[in-house]
Design a protein around this ligand. Structure first.
Ligand SMILES: C[S@@+](CC[C@H](N)C(=O)[O-])C[C@H]1O[C@@H](n2cnc3c(N)ncnc32)[C@H](O)[C@@H]1O
Length: 588
């Protein structure tokens, strides 16, 4: 029974349901969904991602959540006010995280809800946790006394809380102690506001009805649904139990969807060919915080304009039929690639692109570079040291591939539509034996120039990406994000703002390319920028092609272009174990 209750608390469906209930309850107070989700994340973190957070959140009609949401609202309002003031004072907001943190003014605010810092919230949570543990210990001691009287061999004296299979300690909650620990003086504004709003709702919803709506814990039907969901999650490949190790992103994840990886097909049928997941090395499973998507999507603020009206008559071939490659004339879509299509009739990238790539890699051809016009406004450089930015080190000039698009008259099978048709090669995600974590290998021989996959992820502005990285640094998670800058055209834009420059991040949402490992210099894949829907090259596709023949079962690799010696980079590079004779990132 105890196990069942425990497992119930960990079921992702349960977390999602509880999140929704909390959002709904706060909606009655006029608190917005985004704010509530953010607050839940803060609480989640403050409770060290323990599922016991939910018990506290749901107590007393979500009183704690209402308090914290109002705290956060005040904080965000203050931040917005400050940002507006800063905007007036200077044109560009600060990007240096460390400085931004330390220079946060702490001016008291009049007529606002008292603000609580993350540290204070953490202190509050640890106070509650301590109380719980104390209560748990007391309860265990008394339980032990009873059990010892019944069966002396069950005595666990001196061992502390019972370890769970997931490594976290079980906390036995005594609600009366917890409530006492959280009780606040009567002049608690949030509580008053909450009570007042509850009064306002009285005519429409009686307190028991509200309670049923916001909690559902007494609703037998809901309980049964939870149990069914739990049973499903306990099937092989399910992720029951993983939630206990969740991060800040968990709540987002449960709001956005569930991540259950199917060992038979990572893509859940979204790709034409299934992508199996195999692990013959250890017992690790794929990260549950990763969700497979087959097409890139903007995260929040990225401006991606794919309007048909932006495709000019010169950028498409409306008069073509079937296959542009076998037409007796060269259509407009070949003009972009120098009057020749980029693909051969067997669907591979033309040899000239591979040769050019290899020449550049081997240093035989000078890499052409674009330099940001004003030098010091390079998005790559300016965040490193805002006070004293380094000048633009140049962006490689990329030869874009251009595929036929929605305004072209050819068919989906046209030879100039390779990347947009998606993955067509047999691939496998597997646990690498060299300690690189998961990797990708091909299950079939691939000729040179074969399209393998594109890099799919969330489309973020540079600002959003830095915020995401900084959050990871602040949380001391020691994790990496997996962004790829869409910098193919940065060099041609003067004063490109961080709010406009884009990148793809596949850390949480992405396709199989997210498991592509790095190899120094002699990797077998090369990346190519591809223009499909948008001729402006602000947003484009990053496609991977083989640069040589690759044998079945070989790992697919890419040279990330990491500068392993870059000490200014806020996230240290991983010690490389690519095994290449040209390795630049080996540990000493
Ligand atoms: C894009 S992910 C690739 C998938 C990753 N291996 C995984 O298990 O999720 C990049 C991360 O993989 C690991 N990695 C990639 N190439 C590596 C290499 N050559 N040596 C060691 N670790 C590597 C690093 O941890 C890096 O941050």
């Amino acid at each position: 029974m105890a196990d069942e209750a425990d497992a119930l608390a960990m079921a992702p469906g349960d977390v999602r349901e509880r999140t929704e209930k909390a959002v709904e309850a706060m909606g009655f107070l006029g608190l917005e969904r985004d704010l509530v989700i953010k607050t839940l994340k803060r609480l989640h973190k403050a409770f060290e991602y323990s599922q016991s957070m939910w018990d506290h959140v749901e107590m007393e009609n979500y009183r704690m959540l209402a308090d914290e949401a109002l705290n956060l609202q005040t904080k965000l309002e203050k931040k917005r006010e400050r940002a507006t003031a800063d905007d007036d004072a200077s044109e560009r907001p600060s990007r240096n995280v460390n400085r931004a943190q330390s220079s946060f003014p702490s001016t008291p605010r009049v007529n606002s809800y008292p603000e609580r810092s993350a540290a204070a919230l953490k202190a509050l949570a640890s106070n509650i946790i301590q109380k719980e543990e104390e209560a748990g210990r007391k309860k265990m001691q008394s339980d032990r006394k009873v059990s010892a009287q019944k069966d002396p061999s069950l005595s666990l004296s001196g061992r502390g809380p019972t370890p769970r299979t997931d490594g976290r300690a079980v906390r036995i909650i005594d609600p009366s102690e917890v409530t006492a620990a959280r009780r606040r003086p009567d002049n608690n504004i949030a509580h008053k506001k909450f009570k007042q709003r509850k009064e306002e709702f009285k005519p429409q919803i009686s307190p028991p009805a509200l309670r049923a709506q916001v909690s559902g814990s007494h609703d037998i039907r809901k309980k049964r649904q939870r149990l069914v969901a739990l049973r499903e999650l306990n099937e092989p490949g399910g992720e029951a139990g993983e939630v206990a190790h969740g991060s800040d992103h968990d709540i987002d994840r449960y709001v956005k969807g569930q991540c259950r990886h199917d060992d038979k097909d990572l893509s859940r049928g979204f790709e034409a060919i299934p992508i199996p997941i195999v692990n013959h090395i250890n017992s690790e499973t794929l990260p549950s915080s990763f969700f497979y998507i087959d097409k890139s999507r903007p995260y929040e603020k990225a401006f991606v304009n794919l309007a048909i009206s932006r495709i000019g008559d010169d950028d498409c071939c409306p008069n073509c039929h079937n296959d542009c490659l076998s037409a007796p004339y060269l259509c407009a879509c070949a003009r972009e690639t120098g009057g020749e299509f980029a693909y051969t009739s067997d669907g591979c990238l033309h040899r000239r692109y591979i040769d050019q790539f290899l020449r550049i890699k081997k240093g035989l051809s000078a890499e052409r570079k674009h330099y940001c016009e004003s030098g010091f406004h390079c998005p790559h450089e300016r965040h490193k040291n805002e006070e004293n930015p380094t000048s633009c080190k140049g962006h490689p000039v990329r030869d874009f591939l251009k595929e036929c698009s929605s305004k072209c008259g050819c068919s989906k099978q046209c030879g100039n539509r390779v990347v947009q048709r998606g993955i067509s090669r047999k691939l496998e995600v597997y646990m690498t034996p060299e300690g690189k974590g998961w990797g990708i290998r091909t299950l079939e021989d691939l000729p040179a120039g074969a399209f393998v996959f594109e890099y799919v992820g969330e489309i973020l502005t540079n600002t959003e990406m830095w915020e995401r990285n900084n959050e990871i640094i602040r949380n001391g998670e020691g994790r990496h994000t997996y962004p790829v800058a869409l910098d193919g055209d940065w060099g041609s834009e003067a004063n490109l703002k961080d709010e406009e420059a884009l990148c793809l991040d596949a850390t949480y949402f992405g396709n199989v390319a997210r498991f592509l490992n790095h190899r120094c210099l002699d990797a077998n894949l090369m990346e190519m920028p591809v223009e499909i829907e948008s001729p402006d090259r602000h947003y484009y596709h990053v496609a991977f092609f083989t640069n040589r023949h690759v044998k079945a079962k070989e790992e697919l690799t890419w040279d990330y272009g990491i500068d392993f010696g870059d000490e200014e980079h806020p996230i240290p590079a991983f010690p490389c174990c690519c095994g290449s004779e040209y390795c630049r990132g080996k540990m000493a």
